[in-house]
Design a protein around this ligand. Structure first.
Ligand code: FAD
Length: 427
């Protein structure tokens, strides 16, 4: 496979006033539920665009590019193609957006996001100068691309242990994934499982319905990958359950008996969050508001007036209404919510507003998890089942799924193959 990076330039040489400013999030959320203080001070990014002159300049380097003259044939990530790939593949586009991103507070170095390139240095430099805001740019380092090898991840079990060599675990780019978080999360799973293997304990496996890590491992191990694999949220089928507001509730209990640091403190925090969220929901389900208190506001947002007292819960379920809004119009709500952290209010709000969808998705998980409970042995002889399709026999023999649930997600294994397996194991 291949991947690349854009040039780094000197921020002091850019004309910021010729670009569009892109401020950060108004309320940046924290990266994890730890003591890490919330981010207060932020640097903005800027946006600018390539243009026809930039494209023409880049094209002058194509014949020297290892990507175009055939020296590099690896497949790159489709979601962050190089600038030369973009102007080649999307030749009808007049311009491409670039995010001009500061690399930090203590550096003037700028990351030109969207301009990843492996063209010759002088071509990159000349093309950069033709971008609005970059007329006087100084380039610290040109962009470049690399090619690398990976091992098909279908050779792993879901604990990330290699099937061929016991006690050898693989994580990260070696498995055909790309990205820092992809590598880090697999490293965590592989590390935990290497430890558990030494202790002769059961492996630590996250389900698709429990974590994005579960989706990543399940996808790569069962389907393999022909291009650098990135963990997009869209790859997960249970996105209503896999939310960031409940990440700690989903995952902290899972690792609590693995002996990881500060577990008591973290479990206490999870328990407190759950309890406080229940308190908020209880308050919304038991406190009513009168027509006089809310009708003026409901009118202003074209929402039907209420005729008699109604529980706060009923108002919150309406579209365009949030706890944040109710705090502004109802002093009683503001006072009670003042006792709770913002993130707990958000958890309670999501739990109330989307409870119907959350329950439906959970029912689906429960239904499919019955298939996860049906074990398949490593030595299962799929060739002895003539009613399986030839492709299913081949894939199942190669991948050796541990459960019928896992078998059902292997590409090439159809629902009728799953029925054959279920009948064979007596279900
Ligand atoms: C140019 C470029 C730009 C990228 N940009 C981004 C980006 O912006 N965002 C993003 O999320 N991802 C990016 N990536 C992808 C990301 O860097 C990788 O997917 C990720 O770092 C892989 O982590 P890893 O731990 O699997 O492998 P690596 O980080 O490659 O770590 C493997 C380590 O093993 C060591 N090693 C190898 N052989 C041996 C041996 N025999 N003995 C001991 N040690 C050995 C190596 O020296 C290396 O330190 C980029 C990658 C490249 C190449």
């Amino acid at each position: 496979m291949k991947t690349g990076t854009p040039p780094r330039v000197d921020g002091r040489s850019l004309h910021w006033d010729r670009m569009e400013i892109q401020p950060g999030d108004e309320n940046p959320s924290r990266f994890s539920y730890t003591e890490t203080p919330a981010l207060k001070k932020q640097l903005p990014c800027h946006i600018t665009y390539t243009n026809d002159k930039v494209h023409q300049m880049l094209r002058t380097g194509f014949d020297q590019s290892p990507m175009f003259n055939g020296r590099i044939q690896g497949r790159g990530p489709r979601y962050c193609p190089s600038i030369e790939d973009k102007i080649d593949r999307f030749a009808d586009k007049e311009r491409h957006q670039l995010f001009v991103e500061p690399e930090g507070w203590d550096t003037c170095e700028i990351y030109v996001n969207g301009f990843s390139s492996s063209l010759p240095e002088d071509v990159q430099y000349k093309a950069l100068k033709l971008i609005q805001g970059f007329e006087d740019v100084k380039m610290f380092r040109p962009g470049y691309a690399i090619e690398y090898d990976y091992f098909p991840p279908t050779q792993l079990t879901t604990s990330l242990e290699t099937k061929l060599i016991r006690n050898l675990f693989f994580a990260g780019q070696i498995n055909g994934t790309t990205g820092y978080e992809e590598a880090a999360s697999q490293g965590l799973v592989a590390g935990i499982n290497a430890h558990l293997a030494v202790k002769e304990k059961d492996p630590f496996i996250l389900k698709r319905s429990e974590a994005y890590i579960g989706v990543l491992v399940d996808d790569t191990v069962n389907k393999g990958t022909e291009e650098p694999y990135r963990m997009f949220t869209s790859r997960a089928e249970y996105r209503i359950l896999l939310r960031q507001d409940n990440a700690d509730l989903r995952l902290t209990p899972k690792v609590s008996n693995l002996g990881m640091a500060n577990m008591d403190l973290r479990m206490d925090r999870v328990a407190k969050k759950e309890e406080q969220s229940r308190e908020i929901i209880h308050f919304f389900e038991n406190h009513s508001v009168s027509p006089e208190e809310v009708n003026g506001f409901l009118n202003s947002i074209d929402s039907a007036e209420i005729k008699q007292k109604l529980k706060l819960h009923g108002i919150l379920l309406r579209p365009h209404i949030s706890i944040e809004i109710l705090k502004k119009i109802l002093p009683g709500v503001a006072e009670v919510m003042g006792r709770y952290d913002q993130e707990i209010q958000l958890l309670a709000e999501i739990t109330m507003k989307y409870s119907g969808y959350i329950e439906k998705e959970q029912e689906m998980v429960d239904k499919l998890s019955r298939l996860e409970a049906v074990r398949l042995h490593d030595t299962f002889d799929y060739h002895a089942l003539p009613s399986l399709s030839a492709e299913a026999r081949e894939k199942l023999t190669k991948i050796k799924p541990r459960t019928i649930g896992q078998a059902s997600r292997i590409s090439g294994v159809s629902p009728s193959d799953v029925s054959v397996l279920l009948i064979h194991v007596g279900r």
